[in-house]
Design a protein around this ligand. Sequence first.
Ligand SMILES: [Zn+2]
Length: 196
Amino acid sequence: MNYDMGFRFALEKQQWIREHITLLEQKHEKKSNINETDEIVTRFHKVKIARHTGHNIMSRKVENNITLFFPEAADLDSIKYQEIIKAFTTEVLRKEAKNYLPGRIQKLAEKNGFCYSKVFVKNLKSRWGSCSAQNNINLNLHLMRLPEHLSDFIILHELCHTLHKNHGSAFHALLEKLCGNEKILNKELKIYRTQL
Ligand SMILES: [Zn+2]
């Protein structure tokens, strides 16, 4: 639909949209605290939270395990510490993503005969990736928390957009040809969140 129609639709459904934004935010807040019981598994690392007797916050890396240490008394569920944990983990993911994703998309593009302009690695809030009209591709750094076949599925989805800008039947036929069963992969993807 065109922009005006879309705008009118959004205005009409304003109340519904607001209510659901609030619900989604509540859901997000409840689910998303990270503490000592969690282990964040990235493609190349495991990030863990622990306590130590010191008064500072420090991290230690032993092979693939990265541990972020907090003082005994720190209230890890507080906004302040949650922000520190998330910022730290995001930087681990960003570094991995910048090392891995540009090479991976190049490989998948060459193998399947796609051309894209530039690739950007970003902390996208609600999507795994996007492809612009100029065929610049944005990839979410949280792809590093997905198994490789799902990360490849997202990358191929965006590469298919270099040829088909919409999600029409030609788009799905191409993606299906490259990935196998799109429905199953989308279902698998549902258990992962696009942010921490
Ligand atoms: Zn798409």
